[in-house]
Design a protein around this ligand. Sequence first.
Ligand SMILES: [Zn+2]
Length: 186
Amino acid sequence: MDYLELIPKPAAGGVNQGIHAPSAGFLEQLLGMPRDSFTGDCQPPNNPTFKKLIATKNVGPFKATGLIPALDSLTAVFTDVKAAVPDLYALLTSNGMLCCRFRHIGGKNVPPPSSHSWGTAIDFLLDGKIDIQGDNKVFRGLGILAKFFNAHQWIWGAAFPTEDSMHFEVSQELLLKWKDSGTFSP
Ligand SMILES: [Zn+2]
């Protein structure tokens, strides 16, 4: 299968069923602010309380730095991907997870901070190629990957108002599940 074939983005409602992307306000309330100031460029977190929630781990195809339960969840997603579509798994590399910055939309930096700031979002390259944001087309392979991410309650950015199909992030519903099970309690 040609995983790099460009196909139209999914119809609204065709993906991310029953899950929602968290707002920056929700992430701030749950996890605190990662740092005290933001620009369009990646900066590290500088809030010592928040930094305790972050780690670097091997998640399967690569090492990633992000929110600890998000890394564990990513590992579970990749275990499923590797078992079902090993040739797709072999093409995956990270284009960034934890990165404290404003959102990038249409080539502009747009407040509030992106979910990447909390280490709950990850961008992928497929065979080293970037899926261009906002062209309403997606790599076929990312659409296949999205089924595995949705099954683990991760949101696919292809359905965002500005299509962002290389982007996946932990849903508000999964964050609440972690909160309710005491994941973020001291
Ligand atoms: Zn992203």
